[in-house]
Design a protein around this ligand. Structure first.
Ligand SMILES: N[C@@H](CCC(=O)N[C@@H](CS)C(=O)NCC(=O)O)C(=O)O
Length: 266
């Protein structure tokens, strides 16, 4: 049975995994799980991903994985060639640290901007405060990323790899919100987006975000407004919304029952 990666083209986490599979030349299908965001989606997707999140990876009768980092580990173990992690314990640790910071802190910013700009969660005063905070945070994270890149061509070292695929989908999301990287981070951003695996994922995301046939931003907005699509305020996202000035957004979402937290898995 083919490898199935439950996907949404706008999910930067799903993009990490798709880039890794494309780089390894592993064939996969990438369907959109029906009911994503309702908290009660199709059975095989929820069995693989009890938090109801994409990506979810399924293969044969046994492989049921959630979490993009765990999937990257699995893919690297299962299809070691070409290796995506750099050589050497410290280099590998460095790359994993970058991935963790991006997954938790940087993703929250583009997710939060979508809450404000697409889903209209905040009044103009609160929205302005959140936007200002997001802009400051992005400048800081871009500085940190430039420092991590240092004089390297790739976050991974001398060649493209895990360090790069863990960063580019998130920087592309933030760039779509109008925050272009500068300096050496900009040079890397141009370079990495020329990679065919990255180009494919970026184009699919752009098509979904803007006007392609896979785009349904208006439908999504209506689903969130009516409470059918409950946006997931988990972990770092909840922290981000509160620290960036949006505690009223959280309270309002609870009131309207259009945000959700993680359920017990069993
Ligand atoms: N830690 C997870 C995070 C996955 C995640 O948050 N996925 C989002 C899409 S970017 C999702 O499916 N959210 C479901 C929802 O909002 O209901 C990973 O690395 O895969």
């Amino acid at each position: 049975m083919a490898l199935v990666l439950y996907d949404h083209p706008l999910s930067p986490y799903a993009q990490k995994v798709k880039i890794a599979l494309l780089e390894k030349g592993v064939e996969f299908e990438a369907p959109l799980p029906e009911g994503l965001g309702t908290g009660a989606s199709i059975e095989d997707f929820m069995a693989a991903s009890p938090r109801g999140e994409v990506p979810a990876l399924l293969e044969g009768d046994d492989v049921r994985l959630f979490d993009s980092t765990i999937m990257l580990e699995y893919i690297e173990d299962r299809w070691p060639q070409p290796p995506l992690l750099p050589a050497g314990a410290l280099e590998r640790a460095r790359v994993r640290m970058i991935e963790d910071a991006i997954d938790t802190h940087v993703e929250a910013i583009s997710w939060g901007l979508a809450e404000i700009r697409f889903f209209g969660r905040a009044s103009s005063d609160v929205a302005n405060k959140i936007e200002e905070s997001a802009a400051e945070q992005i400048a800081g994270w871009y500085r940190w990323l430039s420092g991590q890149l240092d004089d390297r061509t790739w976050f991974n070292g001398n060649s493209f790899g895990w360090g790069d695929l863990a960063v580019v989908p998130f920087v592309n999301s933030i760039t779509r919100f109008g925050f272009e990287p500068v300096g050496k981070l900009r040079d890397w951003h141009v370079r990495v987006n020329e990679r065919p695996s990255v180009t494919a994922c970026r184009e699919a995301a752009e098509e979904a975000a803007f006007d392609g046939p896979r785009s349904d931003i208006e439908g999504l907005k209506a689903a969130v407004a009516s409470g059918v699509f409950k946006r997931e305020y988990r972990d770092h996202r909840l922290e981000w919304m509160i620290k960036s000035g949006g505690i009223s957004v959280v309270l309002d979402g609870l009131d309207r029952n259009n945000i959700r937290f993680t359920d017990v898995f069993g």
